[in-house]
Design a protein around this ligand. Sequence first.
Ligand SMILES: [Zn+2]
Length: 121
Amino acid sequence: MIAPDMHEVSICQGLVKVVLDEMAQRAIPAGALLRLRVVAGALHQIVPESLEFAYDLLTRETPAAGSKLELRVTPLAARCTKCDWRGTIEPPLFLCSVCGAGVELEGGDELYVEDLEIAES
Ligand SMILES: [Zn+2]
């Protein structure tokens, strides 16, 4: 089946909107955007290849066509509700690595466009 994953497509739609708005606001001409850096928390469980594929597809007929999406995944930051341990965890284990109690997430659900790289004119 030649279709991108719907999870990545729906995430990508939001990102493309941000990029196109930004390009319009900063008067960046079509084709001048080389690269964008996206930061996504591990909680989103994004498959980088799927996101890149969706991005190419969704920007094809837009001023952002030809630009490259770079994904940086940030780890899940957690705090133990019992012993106050703080650290990063790996899903699917949402447990404190010291005492084994449940943890609260403090980071890892972010999703934003960090930077746009524009061609020098
Ligand atoms: Zn603990």
